[in-house]
Write a protein that binds this ligand. Sequence first.
Ligand code: PEP
Ligand code: MN
Length: 346
Amino acid sequence: MLILMKPDVPREDVEQVKEKIQSLGFRSHEIPGAQRIAIGITGNKGRVDPDLFKSMSGVLDAVPVSKPFKLVSREVKHEDTVVRVGADNIGGRMLTVIAGPCSVESRDQILEIASMLREMGVKFLRGGAFKPRSSPYAFQGLKADGLEFLREAAEKTGMHIVTEVKDTETLSLVAEYADVLQLGARNMYNFSLLEKIGETNKPVLLKRGFSATVEELLMAAEYIVARGNYNVILCERGIRTFETYTRNTLDLNAVPLVKKLSHLPILVDPSHGTGSWELVPPMAQAAVAAGADGLIIEVHPDPEKALSDGFQSLRPDTFRRLMDRLQELAPMMGKSLSLDTSVVTT
Ligand code: PEP
Ligand code: MN
């Protein structure tokens, strides 16, 4: 159920509707819009009677939401959501680039790649410290030390940190260091973790599961938003198909589809989406052409020596050429590439 308020209603009308929702044992979600305020209702088991609200002062209409996902749907909020990270925005007119190694491997490695990327203007640094690996024998990440190295890199360069949160036990630790929490494909169905992230206020990059439908991705986002954290950024990172030449099949349909169904920003990960560094630049450009709000790309100073995902990591010079192409492409899509070459690193 969505309560639409009349334009420019007094604040007390909004408060009264919210109190009414709470008195019925439900949760209210105020959704500001350019024209008018809307108030979403969650926590109801069955249908809520619209007549309970229609006669209230300031209420324009009370309408049921047809989709299974409510708060993340376009029906509920027409305007694109822009997620703020420090002084930067993700979504709207921005084309955001998040880059860095798959894993933080050492202090020197992350500091080296961070300063290379920062010189190219990249504002968001990725790097896993807690790595959910398919094999228990594979490198599992530097854990707390990795977070410290990321913080040092952030302090030296002024970049924002994007790093994965693997489980509920380490969430509060990772949240202390991360500017954006990454929730990986393997955890998209981890409802306890989604709920716990929903109780924080941290921006979250929610990656699509290997076999998740777009509807399931949006339902996972709904878990986070329903708990009060509206700072969700979606990420298409490829799904499993019968094709074996690529690691995953990058489902670029998801980009315009999510844009139609939801107001949340959507980024694309062409590194995991292809599993092959040579395919990353063309698919990154295709993602931008499809209307993505940004990209998350694995870049490593020496991919042959990488402890994870070297085969799909770009060398810094290849990454730089891709950024040059995106500078040309972004304006054609009505976007502005969020690179900032004005800051000199220390
Ligand atoms: C990653 O970004 O390194 C990663 C593990 O991604 P995904 O969860 O999409 O597999
Ligand atoms: Mn990776």
